[in-house]
Write a protein that binds this ligand. Structure first.
Ligand code: PLP
Length: 411
């Protein structure tokens, strides 16, 4: 009898058994995972993007361990809290005020509450097929759900949340004709959880402008994309004009920490006691130490170099399949992308759901795993690359994908 529900603590971690054997991690370091038998895998799931520095980055682990030894939760303000906030604010532009939390879901939850108090309005908008965490309000319309299809001409809504079609400005204009009391649009800059669908040129700027014209706030959900394209918010790099943003994953390099950042005139509402916030573990010393160490490291990292190496890998994977007579495509960026069993990459969720091929992705996962590469096993999964993925890891990936293509297409 097992006691842990489903054998995992988060539903997204399910992996298929191979030859009757389930997969459990013994340890993870740099670009690698080791299983219970000691076999090593180049990892492309990377805690679902929880680190840009690879697993167990030495500087982050050392700083976190020191903080743990000094006391993991001292109840009161501690020195690293303001230092970590100041460090984070160096990379978030006008969004210079910071509240630390523990998870991305919490950060989105607080962002929505903040927008409602700041505007005095109730409605929140999120993208159909987007993922903004698992809290009740926003856990709706995720990729693969019926609502995400937005079929039938009626805009799906639940508990004050409305869905909006990604990359469809006409739908956003229609939304603001339908509703005059929208508090905020939660914008994932890239529809990453639906397979890295990238924003059309000018889309994020036009959507931000439209929201502002109608008195709504722009909340950038950067939990997945933050610090993934450059040392800062990906959404602003891609044209969005946010009032608030949520961060997580990369800012802690695997140590649980998240943040809400925002413009001072909005975040002042907390200081004036207008918005409730709390959290036993929010801003705990290990989390702040991880933020300081992660951002100190990321600031010096060569983002253009890693993006270029990742783009080259995308190209090489495509060619490996083409050599076997199959034409696949990729969407996203060199540090996070999705593979599609289709010659053209999707430009929106309708195209993504049309070409999503779970069996193909699962077969690819099995073929890769047998060759020492770990990947996410479902169609909207992503390949995450980090600064720990060195030349050796890239070469292993190249060879494993070429081997997988041969194996999957052998007649
Ligand atoms: C865009 C986005 N927002 C929010 C979340 C929720 O973050 P967490 O899993 O830390 O609660 C995620 C998690 O993957 C995410 O990708």
């Amino acid at each position: 009898m097992t006691h842990l529900i489903g054998g995992i603590s988060s539903a997204g971690r399910a992996l298929p058994k191979i030859d009757g054997k389930s997969f459990q991690v013994l340890r993870s370091q740099g670009p690698y995972l080791w299983d219970m038998q000691g076999a090593r895998y180049v990892d492309t799931a990377l805690g679902f993007g929880a680190s840009m520095l690879g697993h167990a980055d030495t500087a982050v682990v050392d700083a976190t361990c020191i903080a743990l030894r000094n006391g993991p939760m001292p109840s009161f303000a501690h020195e690293a809290e303001e230092a970590a906030a100041a460090m984070l604010a160096r990379f978030t532009g006008e969004l210079s005020k910071v509240i630390f939390l523990n998870t991305g879901s919490e950060a989105v939850h607080l962002a929505c509450r903040t927008a409602r108090v700041a505007t005095g309005r109730q409605l929140i908008v999120k993208f159909a097929a987007g993922y903004d965490g698992w809290y009740d309000q926003v856990a709706f319309g995720n990729a693969g759900s019926g609502a995400a299809e937005m079929a039938g001409g009626v805009r799906p809504h639940r508990d004050g949340i409305l869905l909006l079609r990604y990359n469809d400005l006409a739908d956003a204009e229609q939304l603001f004709r339908e509703h005059t009391d929208i508090a905020a649009i939660v914008i994932e800059p890239v529809l990453a959880n639906a397979g890295c669908v990238v924003p059309a040129p000018g889309y994020l700027k036009a959507l931000s402008d439209l929201a502002h014209q109608h008195g709504a706030l722009v909340v950038l959900d950067e939990v997945l994309m933050g610090f993934r394209l450059h040392c800062g918010l990906s959404g602003t790099l891609l044209g969005a004009d946010p009032d608030l943003a949520t961060l997580g994953k990369a800012i802690g390099s695997g140590v649980p920490v998240a943040a809400l950042v925002g413009k001072p005139e909005i975040m002042n509402l907390f200081e004036r006691g207008r918005i409730v916030r709390a959290g036993t573990y929010s801003g705990a010393p290990p989390a702040c130490a991880a933020v300081l160490a992660s951002l100190t490291r990321l600031e010096k990292c060569d983002y253009p170099g890693l993006l270029a190496r990742g783009d080259q890998l995308r190209e090489d994977i495509g060619q490996a399949f083409a050599a076997q007579g199959a034409h696949i495509s990729t969407s996203g960026y060199g540090t996070v992308f999705t593979l599609w069993n289709s010659p053209t990459a999707p430009r929106d969720y309708a195209e993504a759901s049309h070409i999503a091929d779970n069996q193909w992705t699962l077969d690819l996962h099995v073929a890769l795993r047998k060759q020492g590469v770990m990947s996410m096993p479902f169609a909207y999964g992503r390949i995450y690359l980090t600064f720990a993925h060195d030349q050796t890891a890239f070469e292993t990936l190249r060879q494993a994908y070429a081997g997988a293509a041969k194996q999957m297409l052998k007649r």
